[in-house]
Design a binder for this molecule. Structure first.
Ligand SMILES: [Zn+2]
Length: 411
């Protein structure tokens, strides 16, 4: 078995199916009875939890709970409260709050070693949150017309996919990289373990169903709200890497508090014409017409300034999905979800997230909006660990071709 799997990169194209039957044993975690739900069928939505509600325990498959019970969560892993005045996550009674190294909340400005936070020098990690929406097709048209449709990561909301499955498939079919942005866009650190399972797992499930069985390998926490407990569930239960950002465009604020398309264009111009070291992981959205317009306005300058625009996995030399290295070609027929990516990345970064950023203090967080507080802190914080990680020749130089044999060794 091992020998045949080691031959996978050469033999795969002709011996493995491109699209995987739903009942293959690649992941007991995502195996469900019956055919893959048809996005054209009127009952499509009924195969998934209710729209825009955090899936509760009754919808969480036992396999996910069993996997959760089999992993070791960080020792100090409280569920955050929404006690702060801005609605941000709070950790009452804990020394340093979210900046306690055991907790390491990005909302509080703490970046874990395992977080994808910066891009390699000269790289603009092209990514859009909150899709698919009714305004996504306009973005997709633009990406296609500029021949960068295969260079974008789309962090998608499960509930939006449930509402616009074919728009999601448009992004996939044109070559975009699909990743997870939770089911109902909550502050993840305030959820119970089971709710975190539901938010991540169901979004993976609907993406897998609509992409021929591909299992997402990357996710972005809404508002950047992630701590070590949530990171551990994302990675150890579901095998996903956490992607945050080092530049917040604030496009999500357009229409409020003196933020306009023009003012965000100006912010983008600053990023694009600014330093290329480190590279940029922006926070941008395919949320509405305005956020899409900002990218349309900004891309010509990005091109003119010589940025290399890449998906998240291509920026870091990783596989696109846990069981496939692209939107076409083979999907591995067997794998152990939640262990593969961890092992792949372990050689280049720590498996144990710890604080890499000095405390910003809860007072400064409370004075800012939730998402921007993290971004502001992230932008101005020294990021030694991340700098090492992302500038590592070993890590970035590893080609996707050698990941498949590595994967086979783990089966
Ligand atoms: Zn979002």
């Amino acid at each position: 078995m091992l020998i045949s799997l080691l031959a996978l990169p050469l033999a795969a194209a002709s011996t493995l199916p491109t699209f995987q039957p739903r009942d293959t044993p690649f992941a007991a975690l995502f195996k469900r009875d019956g055919p893959v739900p048809d996005p054209n069928a009127p009952d499509f939505a009924s195969h998934y939890p209710p729209n825009w509600k955090t899936p509760n325990g009754t919808t969480v498959p036992q396999a996910w709970k069993d996997k959760l019970n089999s992993i070791q969560l960080p020792a100090n892993n409280p569920v955050a409260t929404k006690s702060q005045s801005n609605g941000g996550s709070g950790y009452d009674g804990i020394d340093k709050g979210g900046n306690n190294p055991d907790i390491c909340s990005f909302t509080w400005g703490c970046i874990a070693k395992s977080d994808f936070f910066e891009a390699p020098n000269g790289t603009w990690l092209l990514n859009f949150d909150d899709g698919p929406t009714q305004d996504s097709p306009r973005l997709y048209d633009f990406l296609r017309s500029n021949q960068i449709e295969k260079n974008a990561t789309h962090f998608m909301i499960g509930s939006n996919i449930q509402s616009w499955p074919k728009t999601m498939q448009e992004a996939f079919n044109q070559g975009g990289h699909i990743a997870v942005h939770t089911w109902a866009h909550p502050m993840m650190t305030t959820l119970s373990n089971e709710e975190v399972l539901g938010e991540l797992g169901w979004t993976m499930q609907i993406i897998s169903d609509l992409t021929g069985g591909r299992l997402p390998a990357f996710w972005r926490p809404p508002y950047g709200d992630v701590d070590n407990r949530v990171r551990a569930i994302a990675k150890q239960v579901f095998g996903m890497e956490t992607v945050v950002w080092n530049k917040d465009t604030n496009d999500w604020k357009i229409g409020t508090a003196n933020t306009t398309v023009d003012s965000v264009d100006e912010v983008m111009r600053g990023f694009i014409t600014g330093p290329k070291s480190p590279g940029i992981v922006p926070l941008e959205h395919e949320l509405n017409n305005n956020t899409v317009q900002v990218f349309l306005n900004s891309y010509p300058l990005m091109k003119e300034n010589g940025w290399t625009v890449l998906t998240a996995p291509d920026a870091y030399g990783l596989q696109w999905y846990q069981n496939a290295n692209g939107n076409q070609g083979p999907v591995l027929s067997a794998m152990n979800v939640g262990q593969v990516q961890t092992a792949l990345v372990a050689s280049a970064s720590s498996a144990n997230p710890t604080s890499a950023v000095p405390s910003t203090g809860s007072a400064s967080v409370a004075a800012n909006a939730t998402g921007s507080a993290a971004a502001q802190s992230a932008k101005t914080s020294p990021s030694t660990q991340q700098g090492n990680k992302n500038s590592s020749g070993a890590r970035l130089g590893v080609s996707a071709a050698i990941f498949l044999p590595a994967l086979a060794l783990l089966l």
